[in-house]
Ligand binder design. Structure first.
Ligand code: ADP
Length: 425
């Protein structure tokens, strides 16, 4: 078993592309850490640096307490599984599984026994004498996983191992990966862009965007108590309501979130009140999940929003309603894209940032603000409130609807997407 520590690790590809930007994180012994983020955010690059397949530009990698930046891949005791777990086509499943042990000159009786045990655990016991070409995609991926695990590495790296399988097979294999790596107790880093996979598999999830770590915590922590608006929106399978509000403190009696045509109040006894009051007079982003808005009768007292039901959407297991409430919406704030360091438009700035990165100094606070072609944090339109209705539509399109708002479940962010009240970790 191995701990993995990344200390301020960056990757700049030849040509000046900053794919991973000062990542610091730790995977504990036997932990299943999931790296989650949209395609192109740098997850595979990070995994490949841990495996030794990609050089680290700056920062340090420690494996099992040993500085590993310059260790050859074979000396890292790491096994990796890719999207298309490549197998030897001319060897049987048994041959594929036993090969890593044979080249390590393991005792043949032990090899035989290990292969049989592992094939049972992976539910491919009956395929041992078949060749990969005769197996289903799911079976092939099980063999690939078995081949990686068979010599019991200290660290197991998986790069989207389920993404080529159909939905049913993905769910099945996901559960098996979870129980297998936990039974073996091998530290595992697992890359995916699939939120459900991350939430169901992980001990902890590290969320990345544009090469930058956005948040890290247990699935419940990052889902219920996200550190950034990006995390909150990315982990929400339905659309997250991101609304602009101005913070007011009328006569210091309470805190008001002023959405224009609607207001919500927060008493001073709310644990978030002090942090929010620091933003008095400023615009903030309020995140509300579709299930945090509950349809109620028209005359309901207390915190509510109201509007015209624009449309209803049937999702099989539930209905969603889109309510026009006249509230300004906000685009998910993202970190500034500073990845193309050699871009011709800002080459001078890029070169100086690369120098600072290579010198190991934190560059962010020195950066001059750059005009953005697409203002990410601006309010830009009236939002439709997305409301979860359950399996029975209580409204019809065109009707007037009112929803109760659970103020304790509001998520509060600055306009650049950082949490106002610090998340608990
Ligand atoms: P992810 O795994 O999150 O989809 P990757 O780590 O594969 O992302 O890629 C991150 C970014 O780095 C992408 O924009 C990709 O185009 C770029 N990239 C990946 N490999 C190379 C390379 N060898 N040379 C230059 N850029 C690369």
């Amino acid at each position: 078993m191995s701990t993995v520590v990344l200390d301020n690790v960056s990757k700049i590809y030849p040509g000046g592309y900053l794919a991973v930007d000062r990542m610091t994180l730790r995977a504990g012994e036997g932990e299943l850490l999931v790296l989650l983020g949209p395609s192109g955010c740098g997850k595979s690059t990070l995994l490949r640096m841990i495996a030794g397949l990609e050089e680290i530009t700056t920062g340090d990698l420690w494996l099992g307490g040993q500085l590993a930046n310059h260790l050859a891949p074979r000396d890292r005791d790491v096994a990796m599984v890719f999207q298309n777990g490549a197998l030897y086509p001319h060897k049987t499943v048994r041959g594929n599984l036993s090969f890593p042990l044979e080249i390590a000159k393991a005792d043949p009786t032990m090899v035989k026994q290990r292969v049989v045990e592992l094939s049972r655990a992976l539910h491919i016991g009956e395929t041992l004498d078949r060749r990969p070409g005769t197996l289903s995609g799911g079976q092939r991926q099980r063999v690939a996983m078995g081949r990686a695990i068979v010599r019991q590495p200290s660290l197991f790296l998986m790069d989207e191992p389920l993404s080529n399988l159909d939905a049913g097979m993905r769910t099945e294999l996901r559960m098996e990966i979870s129980s297998l790596v936990r039974a073996l107790g091998v530290t595992t880093i697992y890359v995916t862009h699939d939120q459900v996979e991350a939430l169901t598999l992980a001990d902890r999830i590290a969320i990345m965007n544009r090469g930058v770590l956005q948040d890290i915590g247990t699935p419940a922590q990052v889902y219920n108590d996200p550190a950034t608006a990006f995390t909150a929106a990315f982990l929400n399978s339905q659309q997250l309501n991101l609304l602009a509000a101005t913070v007011r403190t009328p006569q210091n009696q309470y805190i008001m979130l002023d959405f224009g045509p609607h207001q919500l109040t927060m008493p001073w006894t709310d644990p978030r009140a002090y942090a929010v009051s620091q933003h008095t007079g400023m615009q903030v982003i309020v995140g509300i999940r579709p299930d945090g808005l509950v349809p109620v009768p028209e005359k309901t007292e207390g915190p509510t929003f109201f509007g015209r039901v624009r449309t209803l959407e049937y999702h099989g297991h539930e209905w969603l309603a889109y309510l026009e409430a006249g509230i300004p919406g906000v685009v998910v704030p993202e970190p500034p894209d500073r990845r193309q360091l050699n871009g011709s438009a800002n080459g001078g700035r890029a070169r100086s940032m690369m120098r600072r990165l290579l010198n190991g100094s934190a560059a962010q606070e020195e950066e001059e603000p750059q005009p953005s072609s697409q203002s990410q944090s601006g309010t830009h339109r009236r939002a439709d409130l997305v409301v979860r209705l359950g399996n029975r539509p209580v409204w019809r399109a065109g009707e007037h609807g009112r929803v109760a708002v659970d103020v304790s479940r509001l998520m509060l962010f600055t306009m650049d997407g950082a949490r106002i009240d610090p998340p608990r970790r």
